[in-house]
Design a binder for this molecule. Structure first.
Ligand code: NBX
Length: 839
């Protein structure tokens, strides 16, 4: 292509101006300028949203020099790049985070206040892009922050869902779902790049042919073609010049498609085809840890995967790097199996579209991919009915057969005559209805396979992926999850940060291990006092929010006991509920009993089709209704359901917790990351030996962690022996009473049937062993209540938790990925001096 002279020109940014200046005056001018030129309003009629938008653009302007220079540097250097492929990115609000990472939070706050506006009110205006369900999507977001902060060239690739995770309303105690119209007022943070659109084929059939070199080739004649348009969001690192890109694809019908149908005269059909295409990026599937096997979901997966791989090839062409070097230019991390069709799609692109030999293409493919597993739950392992798969992706089905044939030959050589093993490892499940097993495809197509916590990786190797571990032990490794301290401390807990900074400076934000220096202050009475005051003030703020929102009076002196996460039986919110009922029953039996006052806070969504999870929400609200108004309780117990838990709201919740509930059945939670966010903010954990709890306890010390429950091994052993929940029910009178209170209709206005499905699962199956763990949990909670009364010691333990959380920074996780898997080094982005903040 002819060099475009425009490419050689950029604005000469050499003086502080309204788009780059960081002085209060420049920020104010920038804001007014954007209010005028972008929103087209004078201040007299500007709405809060206009002001938010003007502020967002003012901050965005200050990102662009970094973003453009980063892209330019990577392009000129042909830098090796990590591509993080994820069906979900749960980013949370961008504005506050960008202010923190740019290092201009205080200046902007002052500028806005000098304009007579309420800074926090403007921050609150942002509609968060809820493009994820829970931990997996939020992990992707934390990793983008850390990759940028560590100056690692990276691209996040995903889907720009028009409707993100639904908004949750509670009506009469039940969850009701409202569509999330997050794009309603426009999105100031992304930029459409229609010039980089690509096409994705779907459906139809394949044909074989012989090419001009007498080679056997396959051609795919699709039924439908969909266009993907990339939308780019800058991802700025913390106090560095690196601004990487999150590239999300939106689906559209290609113009030619409309045109053909239009010419044939069927205008309505043409518009319908357009609608069908746009459906692809319409909505995020709201399931967490369960796969539904819907065709539209598979279409979403191939859509964003194909767009992303084609985009990588375009980038290579732009940098004149030959395709044979694909795996040197890019390493692709698969965030669970959701993008694992990429293995077959890259093969298709290389072999069918670029005429590469199979062997070479396979060599490149298996050097390019790495796979992260996030679950041990069998119902979450993705498998696609063969028929459905072949209808949508006929060519990929053939490619998977070919991969499978060659792979099974390898298995046969390594394990001769082991026919059961072949059946288990095959990419196709042929035990009944035939399915494609996506985890198997991901394992075969990747050079690295990792779990997300030590225990989880061990269980993968021992159980879920055992055959693959025996086949390829060298591929397996652990990468314990982490969280970004920028969003989950600096942004969400400024008061605690200020206290910490006053003692140890602020370099801990980049090197979280430095928090260790706080250990010494755990013994400092004055420090403990300040630490407590801060927690108290934050709890008071939340109490006021609850009063306004739920109309419930909450005592900020009570122990704030919080469980905030998706609702799922394995996470056992109903075990927490049984504890509340037990305390309530004790009060009813003895109204003068001495009880540590507690406020039980719950937050989280249930998948709309997950009846038992929704019923658990109803149960908690029903218990709250009774407990909160019973005069015998005299305010000693309160139960509050926090509606519509989101990243934005989570940032208010973590800092307010005294006690963090991490009570999943051992062996079920892959890692958990909320557990880390709570502990980093000075909550103590009550938890099982599950996921990353094990490592958190190791770090903070067993004396600073409330442990209960069966171990993963004990859970398996008990199941193998034939577990009978009724045994516990009949033997533990308090447990029996708690359950009977529910089944009698006590919490449901006398309706004895309402919670029957929930109780039936507990009494007759109890897959997640609540009854087996009940007594241990209750006793552990008694220790918590006792410990909370010793104010000084509780504070000491809380400080030690904060001090010892260094390991759980996502910076540590990302450095480990870089060293062990990605083989990638940082690339410094140089900016002219006058544009730098306090880097
Ligand atoms: O991933 C979560 C795990 O449950 C957590 O233990 C872990 O900490 C976190 C990050 O590694 N998994 C998760 O959030 N899964 C999903 O959201 C999910 C969504 C769709 C789907 C399957 C799983 N089809």
């Amino acid at each position: 292509t002819v060099p475009n002279p425009v490419l050689e020109c950029k604005p000469i940014i050499q003086v502080e101006d309204d788009r780059t200046g960081l002085s209060i005056e420049a920020l104010k001018r920038g804001f007014l300028d954007n209010l005028f030129y972008v929103q087209g309003k004078f201040s007299g009629i500007a709405t809060k949203n206009d002001c938010y938008m003007a502020l967002a653009y003012t901050v965005r302007d200050r990102l662009f020099k970094r973003w453009v220079d980063t892209a330019e540097t990577y392009t000129k250097n042909g830098s090796r790049t990590v591509c993080y492929l994820s069906a979900e990115f749960l980013m949370g609000p961008h504005l506050g985070n960008n202010l923190i990472n740019l290092g201009i939070y205080d200046q902007v706050k002052q500028a806005i206040e000098e304009l007579g506006l309420d800074f926090y009110e403007l921050l609150e205006q942002e509609e968060e892009p809820g493009l994820g369900n829970g931990g997996l999507g939020r992990l992707a977001a934390c990793y983008l922050d850390s990759m940028a902060s560590l100056e690692i060239p990276s691209l996040g690739y995903g889907i720009r869902y028009e409707f993100g995770i639904f908004e949750q309303k509670i009506q009469d105690g039940w969850q009701v779902e409202i569509t999330d119209k997050w794009l309603r007022f426009g999105n100031p943070w992304d930029v459409a790049r229609p010039e980089w659109s690509v096409e994705v084929k779907l459906g139809g059939h394949t044909e074989s042919y012989v090419d001009e070199n007498d080679r056997y080739r396959v051609r795919w004649i699709p039924f439908q073609v969909v266009k993907g348009i990339p939308y780019d969001t800058p991802i700025l690192g913390y106090k560095v010049n690196t601004a990487n890109t999150l590239r999300l694809w939106a689906a559209e019908a290609p113009e030619s498609f409309d045109f053909e149908a239009f010419n044939s005269g069927d205008y309505v059909k043409a518009v319908q085809a357009k609608m069908t295409s746009e459906n692809l990026s319409k909505v995020l599937y709201p399931n967490d840890n369960v796969s539904q096997g819907k065709k539209l979901r598979l279409a979403q997966q191939i859509f964003f995967v194909s767009c992303s791989l084609q985009d990588m090839i375009r980038i290579m062409k732009g940098q004149k790097i030959p395709l044979e070097k694909f795996h040197e230019k890019f390493v692709i991390q698969l965030n669970d199996t959701h993008p694992s069709i990429a293995v077959a799609e890259l093969m298709r692109l290389l072999v069918d579209e670029y005429g590469m030999e199979w062997e070479q293409a396979w060599e490149i493919t298996t050097k390019a991919f790495a796979y992260t597993n996030h679950t041990l739950l069998p119902e979450a392992l993705e498998k696609w009915p063969l028929g459905l798969f072949g209808e949508l992706l006929p060519r990929h089905l053939q490619i998977i057969y070919e991969i499978n044939g060659r792979f099974l030959d390898d298995v046969r050589i390594k394990f001769p005559d082991d026919f059961d093993r072949l059946k288990r490892m095959s990419l196709i499940d042929e035990s009944g209805e035939r399915y494609i097993r996506m985890a198997n495809l991901a394992c075969v197509g990747s050079f690295a396979i990792n779990g997300v916590a030590q225990l989880h990786t061990e269980l993968l190797q021992k159980d879920v992926l055992h055959d693959f571990y025996e086949m390829y032990p060298e591929k397996f490794n652990n990468k314990t999850n982490g969280i970004t301290p920028r969003r989950f401390m600096v942004l969400s807990n400024p008061r605690l940060c200020e206290l910490i900074d006053s003692k140890i400076g602020n370099t801990w934000i980049k090197n979280l291990h430095e928090l260790r220096q706080l250990e010494a202050f755990a013994e400092d009475v004055e420090f403990r006092h300040k630490f407590r005051q801060i927690k108290q003030a934050i709890k008071q703020d939340l109490a006021e929010y609850i009063k306004a929102k739920n109309g419930i009076d909450v005592d900020a002196n009570s122990l704030f006991d919080i469980q905030a996460k998706r609702f799922h039986e394995y996470k056992r919110q109903h075990l927490n509920a049984l504890h509340i009922i037990t305390l309530y029953n004790r009060i009813k039996a003895n109204p003068n009993i001495d009880i540590t006052p507690r406020t039980f806070l719950f937050g989280g969504k249930a998948a709309p089709g997950y009846y038992i999870a929704k019923l658990t929400i109803k149960l908690i609200n029903s218990i709250g209704e009774v407990v909160n108004r019973d005069p015998d309780v005299r305010g000693r117990l309160k139960v509050v359901f926090l509606e519509d838990y989101s990243v934005k709201f989570a940032q208010r919740v973590y800092p307010a917790a005294d006690l963090s509930e991490q009570i999943s059945t051992a062996g079920k939670e892959a890692s958990g990351t909320g557990n880390m966010k709570f502990a980093l903010n000075g909550a103590l954990t009550i938890g099982t030996l599950d996921g990353a709890n094990v490592e958190i306890r190791e770090e903070v010390g067993e004396e600073n962690f409330f442990l209960f429950g069966l171990t993963a091994e004990e859970v398996y052993a008990k199941k193998a022996q034939g577990y009978d929940p009724m045994y516990y029910y009949n033997r533990d009178p308090e447990l029996k009473l708690a359950i009977d209170r529910i089944s009698s209709g006590f919490f449901s206005h006398g309706d004895a049937n309402l919670f029957k499905p929930l109780l039936d699962t507990l009494l007759h199956r109890d897959e997640y062993m609540l009854l087996a763990d009940y007594r241990s949990y209750i006793e552990c909670q008694e220790q918590v209540s006792q410990a909370y009364r010793d104010v000084e010691n509780w504070t000491r333990m809380a400080i030690l938790n904060v001090a010892r959380m260094g390991k759980f920074s996502s910076d540590r996780s990302i450095s480990d990925y870089c060293e062990d898997i990605w083989q990638i080094q940082p690339v410094k982005i140089e900016l002219s001096e006058y544009l730098q903040t306090d880097v």
